[in-house]
Design a binder for this molecule. Sequence first.
Ligand code: T5A
Length: 214
Amino acid sequence: MARGRFITLEGPEGAGKSTHLALLAERLRAEGIAVRTTREPGGTKLGEAVRGLLQYDAAGEAPVPRAELLLFLASRAQLVQELILPALRRGEWVLCDRFCDSTFAYQGYGRGMDLAALHALNAFATDRLEPDLTLLLDIPQAESRARVAGRDGPADRFERERDDFHRRLAEGFRAMARECGRIRRIDSSGTPEQTAEAVWAAVSPFLQKEREDA
Ligand code: T5A
């Protein structure tokens, strides 16, 4: 059986990753593809516990930047080994809400950690698994802030970061999209319907090519 494909959705907070991940999964299933959805941090019992530590200081204190990085990587290592690789081997397509590019954007561009070191640590955590396709949902910073402010519940530790942190990580995502062929940048500032069409316009040629190569 052919290995499944691994697609990640990335972008700043409120860009619509969760919304479009669910819509894309539906559309791929309608094409007859077995799809598994998951998220980072999280997706496994260990990862979901780590999510609480990272977003809402569930340990009673905020992690220092290096501990924050290693917690994201621990969650990712567990997710890759427990869920993503087995699903890909079964021929399923895996759609993941955030993955390695969030680490490069938030901990690299945002917190200023060395990008080469992050690449090496990430490769260790994932055993060098990389997405086949990444959709970068992009929105202006003011729109990201407005969408986050419009949600119920308390802001998490990342949403409370200063504007310059969010500006740096958004620019980081855009720089990665310019440099890396697997990342497609998609304008997510219009209506959800417009973004869903743009997502499908990026995925359908990929699907077509996969079918031709099979
Ligand atoms: N992090 C994560 C790191 O620092 N390093 C890492 O390595 C990793 C993996 C995770 C946090 O951890 C950080 C990044 C994050 O800060 P999260 O909850 O996974 O947190 O990430 P968020 O981005 O905060 O998740 P959100 O649920 O807030 O954002 P989504 O998923 O992008 O947005 P969604 O779909 O839930 O909601 C979008 C809202 O906008 C409206 C919708 O109605 C909805 O209310 N909207 C549109 N939605 C989609 N498309 C459009 N065109 C829309 N227009 C309006």
